[in-house]
Design a protein around this ligand. Structure first.
Ligand code: ZN
Length: 153
């Protein structure tokens, strides 16, 4: 169980207990929903995009384990003010971070903030918890509904 203990680091607990950007925003141009049936996590992402594809506001609602809530909280915190393209490229960096044995030697500043979730790579079940909010975000940005981690991790 000591590995699990190190997984629930202080930052993760902080974000899950005091989630940033929690609650629906208005106006809201894009909404995406994600469900992780393996753990029971549900996340809805709300975005307000401008015409240039900049994320002016982003928030989430949902319930689930500490990992999924912390990941959603971090996501919204990091992506506010970023573009859709930046969000997509950060998702691929994050996906690599939580699934690959190989460390990214040149992570972006944003990806570095997501490093605290890297511990989930040892727990395949937890990888789906960590990536769920990102799948919900991609569903929101692509107007695809609903997102499920059953399709891919
Ligand atoms: Zn979970």
């Amino acid at each position: 169980m000591s590995d699990l203990k190190s997984l629930y680091q202080e930052v993760i607990l902080d974000h899950s207990k005091n989630p940033r950007n929690f609650g629906e925003i208005s106006p809201c141009t894009h909404t995406g929903h994600g469900h992780n049936p393996l753990c029971g996590d549900t996340v809805t992402i709300f975005c307000n995009l401008d015409n240039n594809g900049t994320i002016l506001e982003i928030s989430f609602e949902g319930k689930g384990c500490a990992i999924s809530m912390a990941s959603a909280s971090l996501l919204t915190d990091i992506l506010k003010g970023k573009t859709v393209e930046q969000a997509k490229s950060l998702f691929s960096e994050f996906h690599q971070l939580v699934t690959s044995e190989q460390d990214n030697n040149d992570p972006s500043e944003e990806a570095e903030r997501l490093q605290i979730l890297a511990g989930v790579r040892q727990f395949p079940m937890r990888v789906k918890c960590a990536t769920l909010p990102w799948h919900a975000l991609m569903a929101a940005l692509e107007g695809r509904e609903p997102a499920s981690t059953e399709f891919s991790s």
